[in-house]
Design a protein. Sequence first.
Length: 353
Amino acid sequence: MKNKYLYIANQTDNVSEGGMSRNNAFYQFFKSKNYAILNAYDKNYLVRVFRNFKFLLSSVFLKEKKIVMHQSSLALLFPMFTWQYLGFLYKAYLNHLAKNNSLYIEVNDLPVEQSKDLELGHDKNHDFFQNIVYTIKGGHYIYASHEMEKYAREKYKQTTSGNQVIINGGNKTVDGKDILNELNIKIDQSKINFIYAGSLNKGRQIEQMIDVFSDLDANLYLIGGEGAWINDRYTHGNIKYLGIFKEEIAQIITSRCDMGIIPYDAARFYYNLCYPTKVSFYICSGIPILSTPLKETQNVLGEFDLGYFADESHFHDIIKNMSKESIGTVKKNVSAVSDLFTWEKILSHLIIN
């Protein structure tokens, strides 16, 4: 391979608000920098296996390259169910790759901690995965939050010099009035409009968040996957599930609202460890946030006045006492700094030596 720079991606066509948005942002960034790119993902399983096997064979001979690997691409190069049995081979491969090249692992989540705290079901292969991937000799790591970096560095005895943090960003909003008209989406501007953008599967404090609005004179709009159950269960006119949209359209909808809401349980370890993509998504959409007191989110936004942090038990009273005028003051703060939370600005801080 002639190109000195290589990015190993896990890029699918399913780009929406959340983890895949981060994947796409890194993919587009490295593409713009003329990196050689291997997409470890392909819809055709045989094509994927052949292409990845071919890369693994050739990569053994790579030297003096700058290689960035998206963490989830490793689960495509080496299937997750094999890590407890073949992990020693994967460890030797990654150590060899890091010895002969500059190897960076882009870490968007910690699978073990995430699965335990979010009750996603624990796979012990993830333990082997993390114990190997986060202990590469001479490896460099790009973390999605400062608390995540600190936790992993201490747990796996990494060096500060080998780590950096690139938080989740967002994109600038485009003018999409015509698009909303085509979709017949109307946001009632006579009321205060809240929006939740993200996965809407039951649990994750979604039901509790919706219940807050049951007797309020404010609208709650919800967009994202797995939310079909909402309109069947909640018949209040001020609670509306709009559907699932591509990120650009979701952001246009969000920009027409007054405030983004983040109801995550602040008592859970992982919610405090990560920096939710939706934080920057809301800010780049031009709206402030109402969030539970999540540690990483509060730390990142600490120097700005971009919203409200409170226990969810206080959401009802806070919303009841809000006005368009009071939110407008905070919106001005958001407008003044929103560019700092764009992917373009955030990724400008990425260092690959």
